[in-house]
Design a protein around this ligand. Structure first.
Ligand SMILES: [Zn+2]
Length: 262
């Protein structure tokens, strides 16, 4: 792929396009991450809302059970009083025995119900405490969610503007590309990890795969006579000019590949 004396210009152009593409990739990933963060906060709110509903239902069921035991207890107490009235009419030992067994059973029942009422009230107290904790947490989470949402929406609006500016700039750059070069770039972009086609030669090593290149390759790249590829990752090696367009791109891409800066 010999480009003669325009090799440097070509690589410079490709590098500029690549820098923009990586920035688009990074901005898009950041936007997705922002959306994910908002989703996590929203999930927490709905989880707490569900907990609040469940606790309210549980409290209603405890209250209803409590009313039922109250009624049962009143009935048992009435039976105990009635039984005492019947006691003096009993003559036969078998009837007396049956009566005593029944009274014992009623008294046990009464104890059991009183105990259940105490436990029920205790559970209600605990549940009310838990409910107020959930409510407090819910208020906090709703507040956090709305703060996060407006913060992330603001950030994403800014990213949207950057993306629109990049798209315009990219169109300009692509127009100055020879068509076959753009095709090659697009194809290579898809086949390389991180979408990097061009890699800078830094201290004799490839910027993308970090492998040191033989002196002969370094010399060839420095000659700028043709496109030299990295022996290890096959990316186009690029030696940016200092203080020129290459330098500007060089600085613009110092965020290292497609990894999000944050
Ligand atoms: Zn390489």
């Amino acid at each position: 792929m010999s480009e003669g004396h325009s090799v440097q210009g070509t690589l410079s152009l490709v590098y500029r396009l690549q820098t923009m593409d990586l920035e688009v990739f990074r901005l898009t990933a950041d936007m997705q991450e922002a959306a994910d963060q908002v989703q996590v906060a929203a999930n927490l709110v709905s989880d707490l809302e569900a907990q609040a509903v469940a606790a309210t239902q549980e409290l209603a069921s405890l209250e209803s059970r409590r009313r039922q035991i109250d009624l049962d207890l009143q009935e048992t107490e009435r039976l105990l009083v009635d039984g005492k009235k019947r006691q003096k009419d009993l003559k036969h030992p078998r009837d007396i025995q049956a009566y005593l067994s029944e009274m014992e059973f009623r008294r046990d029942e009464k104890d059991r119900m009183e105990e259940e009422i105490l436990k029920n009230l205790e559970s209600q107290d605990q549940l009310k405490k838990r409910m107020s904790e959930i409510e407090a947490e819910l208020a906090r989470s709703r507040h956090d969610l709305s703060v996060l949402k407006s913060e992330k929406e603001k950030e994403n609006r800014e990213r949207d503007e950057k993306l629109a500016a990049l798209a315009r700039e990219k169109m300009d750059v692509e127009q100055s590309f020879p068509e076959d070069l753009l095709k090659t770039y697009t194809r290579l972009k898809g086949s390389h990890r991180n979408g990097m086609v061009v890699a800078r030669l830094l201290d004799g090593a490839c910027e993308a795969c970090r492998m040191s290149l033989p002196p002969r390759t370094v010399t060839e790249v420095k000659k700028k006579q043709k496109i030299v590829t990295c022996l290890f990752c096959q990316r186009w090696l690029f030696l940016p000019d200092r203080g020129t367009e290459g330098e500007r791109v060089f600085q613009g891409s110092s965020e290292k590949g497609a990894a999000p800066a944050k």
